[in-house]
Design a protein around this ligand. Structure first.
Ligand code: THU
Length: 137
């Protein structure tokens, strides 16, 4: 059985994951921890490239790890950056989270920074009326 993750532990892991970032161009390190509906956790950090537009955000790095590990649905994601107020996920990451969200109104997005600031939304608040695969049929 997976050990329960406390909010404080998850925040501290997201803050720590910033140190995994490869961000030599922006100097903006983002770390995150994604929690699935079965309680598994995956860390992510941003990975930049000399061709700037190829930067991979922390959130999408964590989602890739979740999918490759057989995870299906995120239920929370803790995102840590140096911004004040704490930075929310970019539009591309919101869309990718939406792809795997069981219920966007129940997927918690928690943004934090090292000063202890914390902001929380649901994914539905961050990407209202989002485009999903249902609209392709
Ligand atoms: N970044 C993330 O990792 N997540 C976001 O949601 C916003 C932006 C990264 C991408 C790039 O490496 C750096 O932050 C500056 O944009």
């Amino acid at each position: 059985m997976t050990a329960p993750n406390t909010e404080d532990e998850l925040i501290s892991r997201a803050l720590g994951a910033r140190h995994l970032a490869y961000a030599p161009y922006s100097g903006f390190q983002v770390g995150c921890v994604l929690v699935t509906d079965s309680g598994e956790t995956y860390e992510g950090a941003n990975i930049e490239n000399a061709s700037y537009g190829l930067a991979l955000c922390a959130e999408r790095a964590a989602i890739a790890r979740m999918i490759l590990d057989g995870g299906e649905h995120p239920r929370a994601i803790y995102v840590a950056s140096q911004s004040s107020p704490p930075a929310s996920p970019c539009g591309m990451c919101r869309q990718v989270l939406l792809e795997f969200a069981d219920d966007p109104t129940a997927l918690r997005v928690i943004a934090v920074n090292p000063s202890g600031e914390r902001v929380e939304w649901t994914l539905a608040e961050l990407i209202p009326a989002g485009f999903t695969g249902k609209q392709l049929s």
